[in-house]
Design a protein around this ligand. Structure first.
Ligand code: SAH
Length: 215
């Protein structure tokens, strides 16, 4: 993979940020992340010319890098503040992880596909992206040993909301999760107290499925 980032790439990123803003994203830090992060390096070099289109692309192991608008939408909903502890389920290419790092979050990220876990771990080392922890495993269970979190983001479509994730939120914390089988409804949960959650549904999206490891 070529690791070059050129002025041309930067120009395309600025345009992509404009496209995403035109679709309704207003968070300045999130738009800044899109202008900064070299998305073409998160993809196979055969996609280099397309990397700054607002589209999802295959990343191997039957998975996809999310569409930039979707990444921006989920990131905006999380309302990340510097230093916050954020759990991400579905590392994939690592692009969403890089956005969270740009927002200065302490990121814990879980991936269940071994190949993707390995490639993305190596890529992060090369790129000096530093999540607090990258975990190979099943994100359905969350990460109880590091809980509670200020925010949890799920980047795969969940047939149902994993209870473990709700229980690992701080009071005031936010869970952003696409819920549904074929098509998903982006859903935001805000923990109002130990026992109360506010729920908002925010439109239709399409994700690869969140798979539960039953063993
Ligand atoms: N944020 C990623 C999205 C990748 S697609 C990106 O933009 O590149 C969703 C990812 O979730 C896939 O890599 C898939 O393997 C992973 N995934 C699915 N079920 C999972 C689970 N139970 N735990 C952790 N990761 C999971």
């Amino acid at each position: 993979m070529s690791m070059k980032d050129t002025l041309k790439h930067r120009g395309m990123r600025n345009k992509l940020a404009e496209v995403v803003a035109a679709k309704g994203i207003t968070d300045k830090q999130v738009l800044e992340a899109i202008k900064t992060i070299p998305r073409h390096l998160f993809l196979d070099s055969s996609f280099e010319d397309h990397a700054y289109q607002d589209k999802a692309f295959p990343i191997g192991a039957d998975q996809t890098i999310s569409q930039p608008y979707t990444v921006a939408f989920q990131s905006e909903l999380l309302q990340v503040k510097p230093g916050q502890k954020i759990l991400e389920i579905g590392t994939g290419s690592g692009y969403q992880t890089a956005v969270l790092l740009h927002l200065k979050a302490k990121v814990y990220t879980i991936e269940r596909q071994q190949e993707l876990f390995k490639t993305t771990s190596l890529f992060f080392k090369k790129m000096y992206y530093r999540p607090k922890k990258m975990i190979f495993g099943d994100g359905y269970k969350g990460l109880p040993e590091e809980a509670p979190f200020d925010g949890i983001i799920v980047t795969a479509g969940a047939p149902e909301v994993p209870r473990a994730l709700l229980s690992q939120l701080k009071v005031g914390g936010r869970l952003v999760i696409p819920v549904g089988e074929n098509e998903q409804t982006m859903t935001l949960f805000v923990r109002k107290s130990e026992k109360e959650f506010e729920k908002k549904e925010l439109g239709a999206f399409r994700f690869v499925p969140l798979l539960e490891d039953k063993n």
